[in-house]
Every structure is written in C-alpha cells, then in structure tokens.
Write a protein that binds this ligand. Sequence first.
Ligand code: NI
Length: 454
Amino acid sequence: MSAATELTATGTVPRILDAGLISDAMKGVESRSDTTRHFFANWPLFGLERVDAVIADYYTDAIEQFSTDYPTSPDINALPELNLGWHLVASSPRAVAIVADGYEFAGASTQERWRTFWFDPVRDAPLAAGDLVDTAATNRELATSARRPDAPGLDLSAVGADPVTSATLLAFAEDGSLLVGYDACEVAACAAGRVTFAIAPEATEWLLTDAGRAARSATLTPRDPIAEDPGDLPNPSPSTASTPSSAPAVDETVDCRKSKCVALTFDDGPGPFTTKLLDHLRKADVPATFFMLGQQVELYPKITRAVAAAGHEIGVHTWDHRMLTRLDTQQVRREITSSIKVVKQVTGKRPRLLRPPYGATDRAVAAEAKRAKVAQVLWDVDTLDWKTRSAKKTIKATLKDTRRGSIVLLHDIHSTTVAAVPGIIEGLRAKGYTFVTVSQLLGKAKPGRVYSRA
Ligand code: NI
C-alpha cells in the first residue's frame, strides 16, 4: 500500500492486517459525527463488556476534549477538524489488537495521535504492556535504542520512569520486531511526528511473556479470533467475502428512459456489515453503488474486492471523510486521488464517481473532481439512517421520499441500515421501481458536474 495509506511515524511502522479477519468477531461499529460536522470518528465494538468500554472511553474522551478545546462556532469553516479511525494489527483467539489512529487539523497544523488496545477476546480482558512484555528488561532495551548515535534528540525520560508502560503504541513489525511508539512531541522534537522504537526480533524474543508471544503470532500469522478450533482450520480466513458472486448484479439492458429507475447508495464503508449487505443484494439481484472511504478500503480490501466482483459500482467518498470545501487545493486533490488510487489498487477498476462528505462542494472542489475525472454525486433522498438507527424508520423514509430517478443515501456501516435493505427492495419493487447503479441512472455523467438525481 502506498505511503499515504499507512500509519506514519519516524521509525518502523506496525504491520497492518485486513480488518475483514475480525468481521465475525465484531458486533458493530460505533461512529460519531456531530451536527456541526467538525469531527468524524469510528471504532469497533466486539460485544465484550470490558474491552468495549476501554476502547469507547478513549474515543469519546478524545471527542469530548476536542469539543471543549474548540467550542462550536456559527462559522463552520472556522472550526478545526478531528478524524479518528482505527487499524487492525493483531488477531487470534488469544490476542487481538487495534490501533486507534487520529488526526486533528487546526489551521495549518496537523496533529496525529495513536493508541494500541490489546485484549484477550475469549476472556474479555484488556492486555497491558506489563502483560505482554517484561517491562524492566524492555525499558533497558529502549534506553539503549534511544542512546544510539543515529537517533539523536530522543529523550525517553520525558515520558517518565517506565517508558514502555507509558507508550501510546505497542505492536509488532513485519519482521517480528517489537515496536514501542509515542505521539508527536513526547520523546522527540515535534517536527519528528510520531516516533517508534524497534527492538530487533532476536532481542524481542527475550522480552515477551507467554501472552506476548501469542500477541506476536497474532500479528505475524493472524487468524479469525472466534474460530472454534483454530488449530484445525486449513484456511485462516474462511470468509465468504472473497467469493465473487457468480452473476454480476448489473443488467446493462435497463433503459431508465423507459423504466422507473432508482439508485441505492451506501456511504462511509466498507465495514463489518457490508458482507451481509452483499448477501441481501445478491439474493434480490439488485445492483447498488458504494461510496467508500479510502481508509475503510485499506481496512477491508477483501470486502472491497467482493463488492466490485459482485458487479456493484464503487465511487469514492474521500480518504477520511474531510469536508472538502474547507481544504486548500492540494488537500482536496490528495483526498480525491488517494481514495481513487486505493480503490483502483484493490479492485483493478478506476472509480468514476465522487460523493463529497456532507454533500459539501464548491467551484474549487468541482475543478478538482473534473481534473480527477469523477462526477460528483449527491442525493435527493436522505433517509437519516445514521441518525434514527432504526431499520423500520429507514425503510419508511426511503419509501416515502423516493421518486423516479432518485438517488437514495444510506450507510452500510450501520447494522440497522443493512437490516432495512430487504424491506426497502421489497417496498420499492412493489411500487414498480427498477434498481440500477448511479452510472446507469445518470447515463454519461460528466466529470466535475454535480448530480443529485437523474
Ligand atoms: Ni459520509
């Protein structure tokens, strides 16, 4: 994956896994994006009481802190922005780890933060640094690394007497090195950004506890955490997500001048419920359009491929849900091109559609969309599924507002939305609608131009 798509740091970065591996173990995704629209956060829920509470606390505290630091202003464009996502870095029945990964944009400055959460998914037990490594020995190794002549300006004492326990990141690299990481400004000059110390694999061996060794294998040879008998599984990820549907969902012969067409669109994914959504769409033989976030495509490459293989259309929704009207030209370009690039890398197909987050667009965004050869697609039916979180209300809103040529806005990161889809399809079919992708609905959509219905 390109550099723009990885966790960034001065030093080695952790090995990042396909989050599709834990789809079955996840009970959902919690996401927050407030009405004044200055933050976007999403984090996984595992249905584990203690673990979920620890993870949720981190995200909600960060949001609360951000909201206190930057109270609401009537001028939305004057507000800084917070983006909090996550990556999977270890997965097995004995140890799972995620890295909460955040960016805060305030004026010209960007602050990154990260935090690893290790836990035992069977016992619902968070795992601390002291559970995974011999902290005294690890601190000695860290002190040695910090004194290395090729690493000047590092000051571990700034984080206290027990640096490994105060680390914001504890993970493993591709080669099995133990990585101990800190946020910007903690152990080095702020300009260095986030910093990691890598302890060589041979040295790491002596530092790990039994749980630590299990944690390392969960990174290097990851498995589904809820597999009944992991030892017996021939294929570590028996996910149906990678199985392409036999018949492509798109019927090229539909003529929307004659048929009463409608396009269902799904934003902010892919996520853990996207596979279930694909099942619903396949059973009903309905094509849809997915406006994916680059960061989610990076999290779920297999599911992204399955969406494309089933014949659905994939458009982009920027890399990390930024409000494009508030960014400068370079940033807008990066948001659009990085997300196009990752979809193309993963599916082999170049997206032709862009949905600007919050539907926020202007002339500058249009110019960049045109340059990137993507049409801008808004919607005319807002189901408010993200707000009501009710399958019943989502079905009702869709059936009430859909007209001929409508583009319906839905979000496949919510289980309630995915649960609503069979009802939406049944209801619209009963009213004589034919389902098409957005590109089919619009015919030749012009790059840069804004569409909200046919
Ligand atoms: Ni969105």
